[in-house]
Design a protein around this ligand. Structure first.
Ligand code: SME
Length: 162
């Protein structure tokens, strides 16, 4: 399957780009049954279309730990405890967290000094968190409500396909 690169400039805004990205992701993951293959291509499509600094999955390993899954970007920490960092806090609160300036977030886990803002979205399957999608930007206050709703829809598409 040939996947074309699309960029924000080809669209009126991020919202349209998210809609186009959702279609790409749906086509890619519906054609594959393996969870790692699905998540690897989701991370790749998001990185390609949006050029985030880092994008990837942390997957629930046991009752108090996430382990890194497929991602795109520089190497990152492998394990995150429940309630720790932005990822562990999104798991604990069971809600999306947007951090406009990571230096002000208590307990933020810095994997790279270049990461300036972050969004973490829980991925739910039958009401239970199975992991989170973590996206980092090298710009302060990059993530908006458009990113929140776009990425939440993508997490729902992923969860529905698992
Ligand atoms: N900053 C995250 C850790 C993962 S990296 O951003 C890839 C956190 O505080 O949970």
């Amino acid at each position: 399957m040939m996947i074309e690169k699309i960029t924000i400039s080809e669209f009126e805004g991020k919202q349209q780009l998210y809609l186009a990205t959702e279609s790409q992701i749906k086509a890619l993951i519906d054609a594959e049954s393996n969870v790692y293959a699905k998540l690897a291509n989701v991370a790749a499509v998001l990185k390609t279309n949006f050029d985030y600094f880092w994008v990837g999955f942390y997957l629930k390993h046991n009752s108090d730990e996430l382990i890194i899954g497929p991602f795109q970007g520089p190497p990152a920490c492998s394990r995150i405890r429940y309630g720790k960092g932005v990822c562990g806090k999104a798991w604990e609160l069971n809600q999306t967290i947007i951090v406009p300036d990571v230096s002000t977030f208590p307990g933020h886990i810095a994997c790279s000094a270049e990461s300036k803002s972050e969004i973490v979205i829980p991925i739910l399957k039958e009401g239970q968190i199975i992991g989170v999608l973590d996206v980092d930007s090298d710009q302060l206050a990059y993530f908006t409500k458009e990113d929140e709703s776009g990425l939440e829809r993508i997490c729902k598409i992923v969860s529905d396909s698992l």
